[in-house]
Write a protein that binds this ligand. Structure first.
Ligand SMILES: Cc1cc2nc3c(=O)[nH]c(=O)nc-3n(C[C@H](O)[C@H](O)[C@H](O)COP(=O)(O)OP(=O)(O)OC[C@H]3O[C@@H](n4cnc5c(N)ncnc54)[C@H](O)[C@@H]3O)c2cc1C
Length: 485
């Protein structure tokens, strides 16, 4: 079985024995929970689309490892075209779900970055990690599993490296090595879809020093492995899902990330599932491969969010009767320009990308960091533009229950009506979508700013690239000015 159905996926998550807490209560049925079901619906939709892809190769790809069709999120990028197809998929899917599908999307980055680094480790050190990884890749491909990726440690005092922390567990580390595997302890923060994925692939969070060998660890565990505990995110829009109705969510069916903070309380990992165990000199390259791939995926996915935002703002302007005003189309064009600049840079990173020694194709680090950073700017600037276009009702609209109320419903329908061409309900629905997309409740801006790394992380790589070229740029300028020959 290389492609599962949506029902297979939902059934497999429900069958897990995941220890998960949300809003101070233990959650026993994720599918029934108002804050996890929308994220599972989004992942389920990806399964549904892939199952019916036929031989089109849009949602699926041919895996050389199992010699069969696999979901594209589980594919190892063999060439430039593979990477481009994976990149485009995120934007396209966001048009349909408007949410986060980290339980599939981040897995691609984790598996592909490990593919490159385990190969290098085996070549340089004679280890056996690449073979183990390939057998794990075959397992997830053959069973079409949802795989999340957990790199980000909780990190404690950011000025201190892992071995300097007051509490050694603030970065995940190995606490015991056994003949048959390892035992790990620590916590990974804000992991997209970790509880609604079948597997979690864990990576180190930063480059490491010789005294930090126990932090150089990578492995895979089922999301319900004994000792793994999930604590749910609680962004503001989720609260409305606990008290409101479908119309109040903005994104009626999908939405939210389904992220959890994942605690590893002395978790045993069998040897065959360990992909790094102390090789600290390779942690840095693994982290940068993963970061670059996640920046590529987020550059595509956030372009999709901005497309939805442009559409929603245009409808809101129509609903207010000002759709044809010149300044509206100028503002939307500006947002589109900012957005495509990020998407175009990300595409450029694929065209200037390279195959690593392992054979996996990776994006160019400079252009993908520029793309991610520009994408964040476009989101924040876009939020301002769209808040401006949509008006204050984005954050002051009443609820579905108010609209239905015997007395005030009549008043709201009369006084909150915009143009004659739309109903009050539909006007408010669109404003709720804008509220959701602009993250008045935190979803998109915070996720796009920090997901795949804070802006400073991209600036450092861009600055390093410039520093390598600056002397040449200076010399060229001096020659042109006739100062040097
Ligand atoms: C919705 C969401 C989903 C996510 N999903 C995933 C996922 O699936 N997998 C995963 O691995 N991670 C995930 N993340 C984590 C994400 O990668 C981190 O949030 C991000 O890298 C920033 O880390 P932080 O949140 O700890 O912020 P911090 O690192 O604390 O950053 C806050 C500020 O501190 C600055 N700073 C940090 N360290 C230093 C220092 N040493 N010196 C000076 N300044 C410093 C930063 O530049 C920034 O300005 C997700 C995050 C979000 C918000």
């Amino acid at each position: 079985m290389a492609l599962r159905s949506k029902q297979d996926y939902i059934g497999s998550i429900s069958a897990l024995n995941t220890e998960l807490y949300a809003y101070g209560k233990q959650v026993n049925d994720l599918w029934d929970h108002p804050c996890f079901r929308p994220a599972m619906e989004a992942i389920g939709m990806v399964y549904e689309l892939s199952e019916h892809d036929g031989d089109k190769g849009f949602y699926t790809a041919h895996s050389p490892f199992i010699d069969g069709t696999v979901n594209r999120f589980l594919h190892i990028h063999q060439n430039q075209e593979d990477l481009r197809n994976r990149f485009r998929l995120s934007r396209f899917l966001v048009h349909k779900h408007g949410a986060c599908i980290g339980a599939r999307c981040v897995g691609t980055g984790a598996l592909n970055s490990l593919f490159a680094t385990t190969y290098d480790m085996d070549q340089g050190l004679g280890t056996d990690y690449h073979r183990r990884l390939i057998s794990f890749i075959k397992y997830v491909q053959e069973n079409d599993l949802a795989v999340s990726g957990a790199m980000m440690d909780v990190k404690g005092n950011r000025k201190m490296s892992p071995h300097q922390q007051a509490d050694p567990d603030l970065y995940l580390h190995i606490v015991e090595k056994r003949e048959d595997g390892i035992v790990v302890r620590g916590a990974k923060a804000s992991i997209s879809g970790a509880a609604i994925a079948n597997e979690i692939v864990v990576l180190p969070c930063t480059a490491l020093k010789a005294e930090e060998v126990s932090y150089a660890v990578s492995f895979a565990v089922p999301s319900d492995a004994p000792g793994v505990l999930h604590i749910a995110e609680a962004p503001a829009p989720n609260m409305r899902r606990l008290v409101g109705e479908e119309m109040d969510y903005g994104n009626a069916k999908y939405g939210v990330h389904g992220s959890t903070h994942v605690i590893f309380d002395d978790v045993f990992v069998p040897r065959e599932r360990v992909f790094m165990c102390g090789e600290y000199t390779y942690a840095g390259s693994l982290v940068s491969h993963f970061a670059n791939l996640q920046r590529l995926n987020t550059s595509s996915c956030k372009a999709g969010h901005r497309d939805l935002l442009i559409g929603a703002a245009a409808v809101a302007a129509d609903d207010n009767g000002i759709g044809n005003a010149r300044h509206i189309s100028e503002k939307l064009t500006d947002l589109y320009f900012q957005s495509e600049m990020s998407f175009g840079c990300a595409l450029a990173s694929i065209y200037t990308g390279e195959k690593t020694r392992s054979g996996v194709f990776m994006p160019d680090p400079l252009y993908i960091n520029i793309a991610k950073l520009q994408g964040v700017n476009a989101i924040w600037e876009g939020n301002y533009i769209v808040a401006d276009i949509a008006g204050g009702l984005v954050c002051t609209s009443p609820t579905a229950a108010d609209l239905k109320h015997e007395k005030i419903g009549v008043l709201l329908n009369k006084y909150l009506k915009g143009s004659d061409k739309t109903s009050t309900e539909n006007r408010i629905r669109m404003l709720r979508l804008i509220e959701y997309l602009t993250g008045q409740g935190s979803v998109v801006p915070i996720e796009s700013t920090h997901g795949a790394g804070s802006p400073q992380a991209q600036k450092i790589i861009i600055q390093q690239s410039l520093m390598k070229k600056i002397e040449k740029f200076k010399t060229d300028a001096k020659i042109m000015a006739g100062i040097e020959k």
